[in-house]
Design a protein around this ligand. Structure first.
Ligand SMILES: Nc1ncnc2c1ncn2[C@@H]1O[C@H](COP(=O)(O)OP(=O)(O)OP(=O)(O)O)[C@@H](O)[C@H]1O
Length: 486
């Protein structure tokens, strides 16, 4: 690595002057396959709107559109100490949130890397036991004197779970490469509470929250212009407030204290958009990812736009080109042939490479894959990464435009979280530009568009805490937090 001083040099697009014709032809093919035109974005948005509506209807559709039982907008006056945990695709975060009651908050946070074997363990108690153990060490550290009453906890669970009330979540299906038996169809709150009880940990799970809903509510707590919470992380997802009268699948299931004029946050779980293969422009590599995944024909949209899969799309192209005898001649490709060896930080680092000869990429390929690539090969890889990253951003905003159009939002803030949004070079610019293409806005700085996608402040811990506070308030007033009789 060459250090150029304290300021990071800007990434360079680089010249293709020395790239051989056969590579240029491949690049042209890739550009054709991976580009998504404005017309396609509009068509995808249109189909998206009808799929969102279907998800809210009684007959249902591919997109789950899960009612969250969050039926209040936060006022910013919520206060008190709350624990929050966030089980994402990669890490477990444990947070102590002190809500100030004046739109402020303070958090103390620990992060525990989820051992990757836990994603596919055969015993669900191992996953929930790991969470309980992590909570225990956090609580012991934060409350060395012990606690006088059970600590209320908001559990952020970033997988599709159906809820007939807020402190329950029946896992519909694992996503993001998780596959643990005997959890689908079960209440994950109960599974966690059981492990807490076994260990005598004084915690009560008050609310189960999806990370997207948490992002939405946390951002609304600090910024009243927020219209949606979205995640571009291991997976993709979004949440927004729908009017109860438009959630037809809840008709007849609500107590009088949740009237039809109320808002209710909906956790869309739109990663499953277009499972029926109607509009997304899939390449043969996308089809291969799907076919070889533990869950074929599911999470179609997510497989083209989320962090879990972007590196894998790139790997499949490289494997294909190597098999065609085009790249990495006489190189040991054992590592390259390992599925999911490259996460999305790989293309991110390639795109960040500031050097004309892609020196950092060379180092990366040697270190991660044991491959010595020529400069021309590196340029091909660089272009491939740009195309896959750009496609993810462009497809990723179709969900945002669909929800904003459906709700009639002409302006506002979309609070975004996740490493892909925050760390992938150019992602934010590409996403803003795609939204501009769909709406036909005049080009401007991304901050100046009527609908802006902004980084969520911190999200999930605070959102889960605010939701736990809203829930406790409703319960204290004797109001319902689920379907009638739940
Ligand atoms: N530098 C980077 N640039 C872009 N993407 C990255 C980078 N580092 C990691 N990633 C990708 O981000 C994903 C992890 O996202 P995040 O850190 O938001 O985790 P998460 O909370 O587990 O995700 P989710 O909220 O979807 O469950 C991984 O799939 C990884 O490939």
């Amino acid at each position: 690595m060459v250090h150029l001083g304290p300021k990071k040099p800007p990434a360079r697009k680089g010249s293709m002057a020395d790239v051989p014709k056969e590579f240029l032809e491949k690049i042209a093919e890739l550009e054709k396959e991976f580009s998504v035109s404005t017309e396609q974005l509009k068509a995808i948005t249109k189909h998206f709107i009808s799929e969102l509506d279907k998800g809210l209807s009684k007959q249902g559709g591919n997109i789950p559109m899960i009612p969250t039982w969050v039926v209040d907008y936060p006022t910013g006056k919520e206060s008190g100490d709350y624990l929050a945990i966030d089980l994402g695709g990669t890490n477990l975060r444990v947070v102590l949130v002190k809500l100030g009651g004046d739109r402020t908050f303070d958090t103390t946070q620990s992060k525990y890397k989820l051992p990757s074997a836990l994603r596919t363990t055969k015993n669900p108690d191992e996953l929930f036991g790991f969470i309980a153990d992590s909570l225990k060490s956090f609580v012991d550290e934060q409350f060395p004197e012990g606690v006088s009453a059970a600590l209320p906890l908001g559990f952020t669970f970033s997988f599709p779970a159906s809820q007939t009330k807020i402190n329950q979540g029946i896992l519909q299906r694992w996503t993001k490469g998780f596959d643990i038996p005997n959890v689908e169809g079960h209440d994950v709150v109960e599974l966690l509470q059981k492990q807490l009880k076994t260990r005598n940990i004084p915690i009560e799970v008050v609310a189960l929250v999806n990370d997207t809903t948490g992002t939405l509510v946390a951002s609304l707590y600090t910024d009243g212009e927020t219209k949606m919470g979205v995640i571009f992380g291991t997976g993709v997802n979004g949440a927004y407030y729908e009017q109860v009268s438009d959630i037809s699948k809840l008709e007849g299931k609500l107590a009088d204290d949740i009237p039809s004029s109320f808002p209710m946050a909906i956790n869309c779980e739109y990663g499953s958009f277009d499972n029926e293969n109607a509009v997304l422009p899939r390449t043969k590599y996308d089809l291969q990812i799907d076919a070889e995944s533990p869950r074929p024909n599911q999470q179609a949209y997510e497989k083209m736009s989320s962090g879990y899969y972007l590196g894998e799309v790139i790997r499949l192209v490289l494997v294909d080109y190597h098999k065609q005898g085009l790249i990495f001649k006489d190189q040991d490709v054992t590592k390259l042939n390992t599925p999911y060896i490259m996460d999305t930080s790989f293309p991110a680092r390639v795109e960040e490479d500031p050097f004309e000869n892609l020196e950092n990429t060379d180092e990366l390929l040697q270190k991660e894959l044991g491959i010595n690539a020529t400069v021309q090969e590196r340029k091909l890889i660089r272009r491939l990464c740009e195309l896959v990253g750009l496609r993810a951003a462009r497809l990723g905003v179709c969900a945002i435009s669909a929800i904003c159009q459906k709700r009639g939002y002409e302006a506002g803030h979309i609070a975004a979280d996740g490493s892909v949004f925050k760390l992938y070079p150019g992602f934010q610019e590409n996403a803003a530009e795609a939204l501009r293409d769909i709406y036909g806005w005049t080009p401007a700085k991304k901050e100046d568009y009527p609908i802006t996608i902004i980084a969520a402040e911190d999200g999930s811990g605070v959102g889960a805490a605010v939701i736990a506070a809203l829930t406790q308030k409703r319960l204290a007033a004797g109001k319902s937090v689920g379907v009638i009789g739940a």
